[in-house]
Design a protein around this ligand. Structure first.
Ligand SMILES: *Cc1c(COP(=O)(O)O)cnc(C)c1O
Length: 345
């Protein structure tokens, strides 16, 4: 394949950002201790502790599915249940890994507008049944930014954290696009994590310019006990760990991660402005991070695909996701929007 065009399918279509690439190159000099006892892993973990302004426990695994499912497994026994939004990645896109790695912990679905749960719907799900025949709710997981391109506000997170505590639930955050949420809200990372009651965050790098390797960040350090064994057993302990850690050093330095995420968000904003109001194109959810969701006729979708544009159509009938990444340019957006304006209606 010799396709150089930048698409709007997923932020994981983008390559490695220059800062992560440079760090990888630097990490490739000479020998280093294996399995995470190296300087790069130490430095990346320390930088994460600095960014969150707390003494958290940090582990690097290969991808987001492993991060989520192993983190969730560490919160639950097999007879427990985990509450998540019905559109959650852990429910729809992880092939049952959270249930598998927790030896059967059931995932319970909670509805909610714009990809978000609220405290009342969480409580309703917990209190639906309290008898021994029902899998005991033990954790709630939310995605920030959400699968539908929206962002939980600080107030919403604090309300969920507070209710979770009241209900005896551990609080997990899927942060595959955490950077986009921080860039959108312009808050300190601690405000939307441990200060809101989050026990463990899966901090994604891959969608924001690293090649591979997501971080599991335990703010509640008790929960990190023996997590290293869990990672190893699951095949998630990288022998050359420095190559998972170095890109984090490259991107966490000097706010690079927020620069890239903020740029992706800005491109989505520009795309929204160019496509909203086109005939037959209906915006589905508020654009708050790096994605735009629209509904449009099948004929328009097919015509865009025929012009070679790649994007996902997985939200109901005619629902399309346009995702921007760290390397999306204003010209890419204009080219895409120009084609859509010619084909819409
Ligand atoms: C991409 C993504 C993940 C991680 O997926 P992997 O392919 O396993 O790295 C997790 N959660 C959300 C919401 C995602 O979009």
């Amino acid at each position: 394949m010799n396709e150089k065009r930048r698409h709007f399918a997923s932020d994981n279509y983008a390559g490695v950002c220059p800062e992560a690439w440079a760090a990888l190159e630097a990490a490739n000099a000479g020998h280093a201790v294996g399995y995470g006892d190296d300087d790069w892993t130490q430095q990346a973990s320390d930088m994460i502790r600095e960014i969150f302004e707390t003494d958290c426990e940090v582990f690097f695994v290969f991808n987001g599915t492993a991060a989520n499912s192993l983190a969730l497994a560490s919160l639950c026994q097999s007879y427990h249940s985990i509450l998540c939004h019905e559109f959650a990645h852990v429910e729809r896109d992880e092939c049952g890994a959270p249930e598998f790695f927790s030896n059967g912990t059931k995932v319970l679905l909670v509805p909610g507008e714009n990809g978000k749960m609220d405290p009342d719907s969480i409580e309703e799900c917990v209190k639906r049944r309290t008898d021994v025949h029902y899998p005991k709710p033990k954790a709630v997981t939310i995605t920030q930014s959400t699968e539908l391109g929206t962002v939980y506000t600080v107030d919403e997170l604090q309300a969920i954290g507070c209710r979770a505590k009241h209900l005896g639930l551990k609080f997990h955050m899927d942060g595959a696009r955490f950077a986009n949420a921080v860039a959108a809200l312009k808050v300190a990372p601690k405000e939307i994590t441990w200060q809101s009651g989050v026990d463990v965050l899966c901090f994604g790098g891959t969608k924001n310019g690293t090649p591979v390797g997501d971080a599991v960040v335990f703010f509640n350090r008790d929960l990190a006990k023996e997590f290293d064994y869990r990672c190893k057993q699951a095949g998630q302990l990288a022998s050359k760990m420095r190559f998972l850690a170095a890109p984090w050093v490259g991107t966490l330095k000097e706010g690079v991660w927020l620069k890239h995420a903020g740029h992706a968000n800005a491109m989505a904003r520009q795309l929204l402005q160019r496509v909203e109001g086109l005939p037959g194109v209906k915006v589905m959810f508020p654009q708050e991070a790096n994605a735009v969701f629209v509904e449009m006729p099948r004929t328009t979708i097919d015509a865009m695909h025929r012009r070679g544009w790649k994007f996902y159509t997985f939200i109901g009938e005619g629902g399309c996701r346009f995702m921007c990444s760290w390397d999306t340019t204003a010209e890419d957006v204009e080219a895409f929007a120009k084609d859509l304006s010619e084909l819409a209606g």
